[in-house]
Design a binder for this molecule. Structure first.
Ligand code: ADP
Ligand code: F6P
Length: 331
């Protein structure tokens, strides 16, 4: 066999590990279940790595069989737990992690998480452990994919909570600022803005910090007879309490801030999150079985596809401009 044949020959995978990393997201359990069951179906040994890269460095590694993932598809959170791990950002931590995989006979790892976690996967791959990333974050802030595990559940949870705030806001004829998660991205805020028919959506990607305009809008709306004024504020802008105080002082209209917080990350995943997470988890295993590494599963152009992780991390995604424009024209 010449060198070229040897390099293009797929590395044989016998044991696959799976971990969840970064913030948890509803649907991660469905993805873990699919990885484990598809791996077993393909004749592989399966191992769960607890607490993300932190658990890998602490050798928190457990055997997984079909039963390990029974009764999990409808559960929020992640049965493997998740963590953020600074040690794994260092070259020493990454080498230690690859060594631990080798020690436990783990040839390949499915990493379920966001962009940060994919950087960890990329490093493991460069050290000879085949890796596939599966996009898991409620924030939808992974550029190569129009779907991330947990976003659909999170926006439905937030939408229902905002409906409730709207009821009391109307009764009291108040202005309400509702802050939703999303880290530096405004996708959750924008979707909730449209789903809840909010009067205003503030997105980190678009906000010009012109609070006077906001104050004028609140006053105008009251003059036009609007009984409430709902502002969806993205976490990336923050300062909802301060904004509420300033709007109340300037308009004389009672204003309250509600920060939805971690409730958006919990709960039973929606049908979409279960089905997409299941499909992506199974696809990650199939890619590994084909000898692929350093790839991330994505949903793009209406199809499930995969990208090289380096290419995926170099992509850029903005909020949808048309959706933003109609969030302002339909009030
Ligand atoms: P997310 O995966 O949701 O983007 P984080 O950015 O917190 O969440 O990343 C999750 C974990 O991925 C980090 O705690 C760290 O262990 C690992 N990670 C992040 N960046 C890198 C990097 N540059 N190299 C190696 N591992 C990384
Ligand atoms: O990435 C998911 C997310 O919930 C973000 O929306 C938010 O900024 C962050 O995680 C909160 O992280 P923590 O759970 O550490 O408070």
């Amino acid at each position: 066999m010449d060198m070229e044949d040897e390099q293009t020959m797929a590395k044989e995978i016998n044991t696959i590990g799976v971990l969840t990393s970064g913030g948890d997201a509803p649907g991660m359990n469905a993805a873990i279940r699919a990885v484990v069951r598809q791996g077993l179906f393909r004749g592989k040994r399966m191992k769960g790595i607890k607490r993300g890269f932190a658990g890998l460095l602490n050798e928190e590694i457990v055997d997984m069989d079909a039963k390990s993932v029974s009764d999990t598809i409808s559960r929020g959170g992640t049965i493997l737990q998740t963590a953020r791990c600074l040690e794994f950002v260092t070259a020493e931590g990454q080498e230690k992690g690859a060594g631990i995989c080798e020690k436990h006979g783990i040839d390949a790892v499915v990493v379920i998480g966001g962009d940060g976690s994919f950087q960890g996967a990329q490093k493991l791959s460069s050290l000879g452990i085949n890796t596939i990333g599966v996009p898991g974050t409620i924030d939808l802030d992974i550029a190569c994919t129009d779907y991330t595990i947990g976003f659909d559940t999170a926006i439905n949870t937030a939408m229902q909570a905002i409906d409730k705030v709207r009821d009391t806001s109307t009764s009291h004829e108040r202005c309400s600022i509702i802050e939703v998660m999303g880290r530096g991205a405004g996708h959750i805020a924008l979707w909730c803005g449209l789903a809840n028919g909010a009067e205003e959506v503030l997105l980190p990607e678009k906000f010009d910090h012109d609070e006077q305009r906001l104050i004028n809008q609140v006053k105008n709306a009251r003059q036009l007879g609007k009984q409430h004024y709902i502002i969806i504020n993205a976490e990336g802008i923050g300062d909802s309490q301060g904004m509420a105080k300033r709007i109340e002082e300037a308009t004389g209209i009672e204003t309250r801030a509600t920060i939805l917080g971690h409730m958006q990350r919990g709960g039973s995943p929606t049908c979409k999150d279960r089905v997409y997470a299941t499909t992506m988890g199974a696809m990650a295993v199939d890619l590994l079985c084909e000898g692929q590494s350093n790839r991330v599963v994505a949903h793009s152009g209406g199809e499930f596809v995969d990208f090289d992780i380096n290419e995926a991390l170099g992509m850029h995604k903005d909020v949808n401009d048309f959706m933003y424009r109609i969030s302002r024209s339909l009030v």
